[in-house]
Design a protein around this ligand. Structure first.
Ligand code: FES
Length: 575
């Protein structure tokens, strides 16, 4: 393989020439106590670190960045840490999704404006893997993703607790009066026991796995628990590998193909992964110049068995158990019949070569192909008069009896309206009702918050109801479950059919035929449409205003129109 010469490095224009500007660039690094031999002629590796005090899933990234640097130094590179927006899932309102594109832009611009030859992308918490990859694909520099890894399993009174999933479950029991406030409070200190991401098969676990299946992480990296000693070893190995990738000029565009994208989708479906992966993968694919639409998800879901028996799809196991069962390599090796094993990866080898020798050590967690958790992947794409551009349902986490259902709508105008009326004893709602939430899409939220798993009304909980059909233009957490129809496009805020639904209208869900319809006469719908007026714009300045002007709908991946794939941005002038 031809290797770059030092004078061909991108950073050579900063450090390797003898002109006025390079004098300044070198002298300011010497200011930090480095010697010229530390950086001149070496690949400069930008370590994009999403650590912050509130990025609790990435609490270990301060030290992990040092472990990445160790690998970069070992391999003869020069590491520079570049802090980036942490996109804290737990704390940012109204939705961390509002800031995914922010981190994607920041990643691209940090890479482009600095003397980076290669990138290490440090992320894991929900929006960070897609954002980092989107930015890196646009920058098209060699890159390796270092996944944060899942936290340890939760524990309360000897019972395993799963991030998110058990929060929703036990909160329902609290509202139904089946556990005490003291027991509920006690779980607070048992559900998140270490640094690392949510340890159910939620969005973080899904996205880390998808990025590995796409070929952008070291083999097996995505399932290593954050607190395991293998994790810093993986980080150091990533640091060593990225230096070699720079010499090999292994840019994403040089080895990613349409097969890499399909592999990421297949892994997501076989994992029973989060519905959030759908807009993220569409946005990632488009940044790389690849095709991906909702129909491709449905086609891959129909052919891929769901073989990861993890919460919230299964009811026992968590990500720590998945790792002990063989982790991502064993899982992907088992999905091999549906993967393109010739796809190339950051190792320089193919996906198939990376999976050689992978073994499964627990067949209840990573199921054999003749005993899958579900014969098809966990997601179905719905279309119909209520969702002309599509909607999503996670069938693996829904009540099978509700997948063909017709019921009357109970409409909430927005999230506040829902919270104000949901538990009102006077609310006219039955187990057959379809709860409808508006103003929760990319523009309406804004940022498409995870409000799609609407709580069951208290009076139904007390009757023993634990699932019912719910419908919105929101997303839902990957740790959530229930018969929740999500990502309805176009969204209600811009006048999609969801905006026209009235309480009492019949809604038909037909998952076997992928249908979602509002059973109202077209003439009546036209009358309602003529009377509809768009909601007033609440945000007129700053990031949110930029976001509202440029964000795409859910079926387009919610990227900005001016950031989707196009001609590369020219390299900066050095002067
Ligand atoms: Fe960070 Fe769930 S809150 S991964």
């Amino acid at each position: 393989m031809p290797r770059k010469r030092p004078e061909e490095l991108r950073s050579h224009r900063w450090f390797g020439v003898d002109d006025l500007r390079a004098f300044g660039h070198r002298s300011r690094l010497l200011q930090t106590g480095l010697a010229e031999a530390d950086f001149r002629g070496k690949p400069v590796i930008g370590i994009i670190n999403t650590w912050s005090d509130l990025s609790v899933c990435h609490a270990h990234f301060r030290t992990r960045a040092e472990e990445v640097k160790r690998g970069v130094w070992q391999a003869g590179g020069f590491p520079v840490e570049l802090p980036a927006h942490p996109v804290t899932e737990q704390y940012q309102k109204p939705s961390s999704m509002l800031y995914r594109n922010f981190l994607a832009m920041e990643t691209e611009e940090l890479a482009r404006s600095h003397p980076c030859d290669g990138l290490v992308l440090m992320g894991g918490c929900d929006k960070t893997p897609p954002a980092l990859v989107m930015g890196a694909l646009s920058a098209n520099l060699p890159c390796v993703f270092v996944p944060a890894g899942p936290m340890l399993s939760g524990n309360w009174h000897g019972k395993k607790l799963g991030s998110g999933s058990d929060v929703w479950k036990y909160n329902a029991e609290l509202r139904a009066g089946n556990i005490t406030q003291a027991q509920w409070k006690d779980m607070e200190s048992g559900i998140a026991r270490s640094f690392g991401t949510c340890m159910t098969a939620g969005t973080a676990a899904t996205m880390m796995l998808a990025v590995e299946a796409m070929g952008l992480a070291l083999p097996g990296a995505s399932s290593i628990p954050a607190a395991d000693a293998a994790h810093p070893r993986m980080a150091t190995a990533a640091g060593r590998r990225i230096v070699e990738m720079v010499w090999e000029d292994a840019t994403p565009a040089s080895f990613l193909t349409q097969a890499s994208i399909d592999n990421a989708v297949t892994a997501t479906m076989g994992f029973g992964g989060s519905t959030n992966a759908i807009p993220h993968l569409i946005a990632m694919a488009r940044r790389g110049g690849f095709q991906l639409d909702l129909d491709r998800f449905d086609a891959i879901s129909r052919r891929t068995p769901l073989i990861a028996n993890l919460r919230p799809n299964g009811d026992t196991w968590l990500m720590e158990d998945f790792y002990y069962a063989g982790g991502a390599r064993a899982f992907l090796a088992r999905l091999a019949p549906w993967l393109d094993l010739s796809a190339r990866t950051v190792t320089g080898a193919t996906l198939g070569e990376n999976l050689e020798g992978a073994e499964c050590f627990n067949e209840d967690i990573i199921r054999p192909l003749d005993r899958p958790l579900q014969a098809e992947g966990g997601v179905a794409i719905l279309r119909g008069s209520l969702a002309p551009r599509g909607a999503v349902i996670k069938t693996s986490a829904a009540d099978p009896l509700l997948l063909s259902h017709t019921g009357p709508a109970v409409v909430f105008e927005d999230y506040n309206d829902m919270n104000a009326r949901l538990d009102d004893p006077a609310l006219e709602v039955t187990p057959d009702s379809v709860l409808v939430l508006r103003q929760a899409g990319p523009q309406g939220g804004p940022g498409m918050p995870e409000w799609g798993m609407m709580p069951i009304p208290k009076k139904l909980l007390q009757q023993g109801v634990r699932d019912m059909v719910r419908l919105s233009d929101a997303r839902m957490s990957g740790t959530s479950y229930g018969t929740c129809i999500l990502h309805v496009a176009p969204e209600s805020h811009i006048g999609g059919p969801l905006a026209l639904v009235r309480t009492g209208d019949l809604i038909r869900l037909d998952v076997p035929n992928r249908g979602l319809d509002l059973l109202v006469e077209p003439a009546e719908l036209e009358r309602r449409r003529a009377a509809w007026t768009p909601p007033p714009r609440r945000y007129t300045r700053g990031w949110t205003s930029l976001y509202l002007d440029h964000v795409g709908q859910a079926d387009e991946g919610c990227d900005f129109d001016f950031l989707e794939h196009g001609a590369p941005t020219p390299e900066p002038e050095i002067h």
